[in-house]
Structure formats: C-alpha cells, structure tokens
Design a protein around this ligand. Structure first.
Ligand SMILES: NC(=O)c1ccc[n+]([C@@H]2O[C@H](COP(=O)([O-])OP(=O)(O)OC[C@H]3O[C@@H](n4cnc5c(N)ncnc54)[C@H](OP(=O)(O)O)[C@@H]3O)[C@@H](O)[C@H]2O)c1
Length: 252
C-alpha cells in the first residue's frame, strides 16, 4: 500500500465517481503513470480495488448532499497538506442519469422538479463546489480541471433525459466560464464529452444506436481515460476552455 508521506513527490489527482465505468478506468490510467489518486464516491473503500492505494486515498461522499460535499472538500484539503497543499488535477466525472418507470426517458414535461434539482446538484453544482473549494491547491500546482459532460448536452438524445442533458449543457458552459476565471491563476479547465461508452450508465437499445455511429462501435472507458490524462498533463499545456468529443463521430 502506497501511503502518502511528506517526501512523496507524486502528482495528485482528485477524481469523483471512481468506483465504476469511466472513473474506474481513469484511476487505473493515472495510477499506472505514478500519480496519487484521491477517489470520491458514495461507496466505502474496497480492498478489491485493483490499484495500489489505501483507504487514506478514498473519500466517501454523497455529491447530492451539499453539506456532505462541504465536509469532503475540507477533508480533501487536509489530506493534501502533507504534500504542500498542491493539487495537480481535479476530474469531475461522477454523474447520474435517472429514468422513469420501466426505464422511460424523462422529458421536459415529465421530469419531477425534485429529480431535476437532484441531477443538477450531482452533475453541475458539485463540480463548481469542488473547483472553488480546491482552488488554492490547484493554483499552487498550476493544475488542471476536467469536467465530464456528454453528447446529450448539445442535442436531444433518445435515452438521456432532459435533466441530465440540461445539466451537461450547463456544465459545458461552466467549463468555459471557469477557464476564463481560473486561467489567470495558471489553472486550465477543459471538458470531455463522451458519446456511447461501454459502462453501466447505457440504456437498453444502445446497440441499435451504435449502428448509426461512423465508427460502428461503443467507446471503451480506457479510451476516455487516455483523453482525460492528456488534458491533465503537459502535452495539453496550452489547451483550456475546450470540450473534446469522444464519440466515434456520433456528432458529425
Ligand atoms: N457511459 C457513457 O456512455 C457516458 C456518455 C456520456 C457521458 N458520460 C458521463 O461520464 C461520467 C461517468 O459515467 P459512467 O458511465 O462511467 O457512469 P457510471 O458507471 O454510472 O458511474 C458513475 C459514478 O458516479 C458515482 N456517483 C453517482 N452518484 C454519486 C453521488 N451522489 N455522489 C458521489 N458519487 C456518485 C458512482 O459511484 P457510487 O455509486 O459509488 O457513488 C460511480 O462511480 C458521468 O458524468 C456520465 O454522465 C458517460
């Protein structure tokens, strides 16, 4: 187990939604490159996690609860202190896409307002709360933020609901605003917009949709993780305010 020590000079990533899918692939990609990864999700740390980190690098937090998120930010800052209070990257990956009865799409007529607010708290407010809460640490390391948006943020999607789509559109706008505000402090802010990636968030029927995608296949979580890694490292040192589409040409 690689616990953090005062002499630890690894780069550090804070990643939300690390327990499954794209987040899981991202934690594996960054650990393989020698980063310390502080993971955040609702579940407690599991010994089954296939990377060399312990519970000291996991924060159990419910992003839908602003008070709980406030505590988590303080806890993350505390855990960064032995490392000179520096944070090299924040990846806002956790996201939810609720469905109606029987998996039905929740549109703008049918989405209950409490669902809409819940989705916005997790998908939109949590990223800005984390970005602002960890601003000093990101600034100290001239770090990078990546917000995970979606193809559904820029067009009506057959399965993703209205609350999800509008939260992702708002997150894309927020990425632009944050790039303008954080840039003068040396912090880059970008987004990635996945299309159909092979994770548990996909709906039944996606196989049919894939037939219309130019590359004729789903994307893999590790392909998304590679782009996130690119945006958090020096090969992208002059890239900020961007949104990279990872969708096999679905948007063309
Ligand atoms: N897969 C796709 O095709 C696709 C396409 C476009 C965009 N995206 C976006 O990519 C991101 C990752 O998607 P995915 O497919 O990998 O999703 P996923 O497999 O459903 O995983 C979602 C992650 O978010 C965490 N999470 C959910 N609610 C949370 C909460 N209230 N507090 C803390 N953590 C929470 C989950 O962890 P716990 O359950 O442990 O809390 C889990 O680790 C999302 O933002 C999604 O919108 C995915």
């Amino acid at each position: 187990m690689q616990a953090q020590t005062p002499n630890d000079d690894r780069q550090t990533l804070v990643l939300t939604g690390a327990s499954r899918g794209i987040g899981h692939a991202t934690v594996k990609r960054f650990s393989a490159a020698g980063w310390r990864v502080i993971t955040c999700s609702r579940h407690a740390f599991s010994d089954k996690c296939p990377w060399p980190m312990g519970p000291e690098d996991h924060i159990q937090v419910d992003l839908s609860d602003p008070e709980n998120l406030g505590y988590a930010v303080q806890e993350i800052r505390k855990r960064l202190q032995p490392h000179g209070s520096r944070l090299n990257a924040l990846v806002n990956n956790a996201g939810i896409s609720p469905k109606g009865d029987g998996g039905a799409r929740l549109d703008s007529l049918s989405t209950p307002m409490h669902t809409w607010r819940h989705v916005f708290q997790v998908n939109f407010f949590a990223p800005i709360m984390l970005g602002r809460g960890l601003f000093e640490e990101l600034k100290a390391a001239e770090g990078s933020i990546v917000n995970v948006t979606s193809i559904a943020g820029s067009r009506v999607h057959p399965f993703a609901g209205t609350a999800y789509a509008t939260s992702k559109a708002a997150l894309a706008s927020l990425t632009r605003e944050m790039a303008a505000d954080f840039g003068p402090h040396g912090v880059r802010v970008n987004a990635i917009a996945p299309g159909e990636i092979d994770t548990s968030i996909l709906s039944p029927g996606t196989e049919k949709l894939v037939e219309t995608i130019p590359m004729r296949r789903l994307g893999m979580p590790n392909e998304v993780a590679e782009t996130i890694h690119f945006l958090c490292t020096s090969p992208s040192s002059y890239v900020t305010g961007g949104e990279i589409h990872i969708n096999g040409g679905q948007h063309v």
